[in-house]
Design a protein around this ligand. Sequence first.
Ligand code: NAD
Length: 486
Amino acid sequence: MLMNHKTKITVAYGDGIGPEIMKATLAILDAAGANLEYEVIEIGERVYLRGISSGMESNAIESLRNTKIFLKSPITTPQGGGFKSLNVTTRKSFGLYANVRPTKAYAPFIKTHFPKTDLVIIRENEEDLYAGIEHRQTHEVYQCLKLISQPGSEKIIRYAFEYAKKYGRKKVTCMTKDNIMKLADGLFHKTFDEIAKEYPSIEADHKIIDIGTALIAERPEIFDVIVTLNLYGDIISDVAAQVTGSVGLGGSANVGEEVAMFEAIHGSAPDIAGKDIANPSGLLNGAILMLVHLGQPEMAEKISNAWMKTLEDGIHTGDIYQEGLSSKKVGTQEFAQAVIARLGQVPTKMLPASFGKEGKAPMDVALRTKPKAKKELIGIDVFMDWDQHHRDPNVLGNLLRSLDTGGLKLSLITNRGVKVFPNGMKETFCSDHWRCRFKVEEGKILTHTQVIDLLQKVERLGLDFIKTEHLYTFDGVKGFSLGQGE
Ligand code: NAD
């Protein structure tokens, strides 16, 4: 006899409206016959208030490690310092590198100016300014490091193209700001151009993030799949959800090589908690993404179609209720029952759901190895905290030029990226944070011993160096940007 094995998933009811919308969502999954078994864990406010700064106990982590699938209700992060974002912790510790957020218009049932919108934003989830490496370096200047890696970029970009292929999407648009950040964002764009060549049947284009965001706000219908860096993705996914009116309805997936987490994009809505008026659609759409991920696209379509038919029939929760268009205002659980009653039906005014039934094959996101470039050290940027002589760059410059540094010469000083020595503009505002660039003669290589020697001499001058950055070439190509005016 064939055993019908259920897939075990980890479920967290969360805070605020979380328990109500989870109850409604699971009722729909069960009624539809999704072959799932739930392992319930506790996360969120009560765990934080027990003094666990991550909001998640070790048994919860163990459960995720075992089931690898996490259906999560929103949680409330308590006010005040010391609490770490549970989402960020889960993403980082389980390597959930891809945030996938479909944004669709459900006009006329949800008001939007863009009824044809159907796009998916794939956001890199682990790198960028979200690495959380920040320092205060001087009295006036703070720094947040933006780290972009080649494998991190390759992985998310491959994921975007594989996603497009699997779900029959036609175009992938990359968004960066590489006109300014030529190295970091430039790496992402260059990796995109290289990988795009492997997918000739999918159209590939690039937009600078500022104009790209404006276009999402003005003409979201022109986009299909968008792949971008962490911070830009965070911003544009909210812009897209807002302009299509789908903030309350959107689900999202955070996908890693092993573990994946599915949730609604909205928060725990404490203002309406416990009243049975919350809309469960966001979490339900998260659960639909989960079914697709689990290789149950038919089940995902069945539930999505019943949900759209419920919207079409005018059965609406208070947040989307419109006089004249809606036929009945319902609470959370009644809405779920209305969806259950429509399982097996399809929408007649909106396009039925399609999650690529052919797409059960795993995505090929394996990294391709590249030969290592020849790396050579040719200089060093020494950053100083300096607040003397009315911050006259010429004083600092001449002091550093007076050093006997054996072939390592001061080539320029910049302040906030602008050249101020030699021949700076007297109008340039100078903070107390100076970047002093030393380089060896053309064709020479710098040693670490020379670097240490330079720093000792700088210290003897009574200067406060706060950090250094090495200037490397890779196969002869500069691995550093030039100062403005260099
Ligand atoms: P929110 O999304 O919870 O609420 C914003 C507004 O939308 C509120 O008026 C709320 O009533 C309404 N709303 C949200 N979801 C709704 C639903 N399903 N049905 C009907 N109305 C809904 O955002 P917020 O108020 O800024 O945050 C509240 C809490 O949620 C905070 O503690 C925040 O940290 C947390 N939060 C958690 C997550 C998450 O767990 N993924 C995400 C965002 C915010």
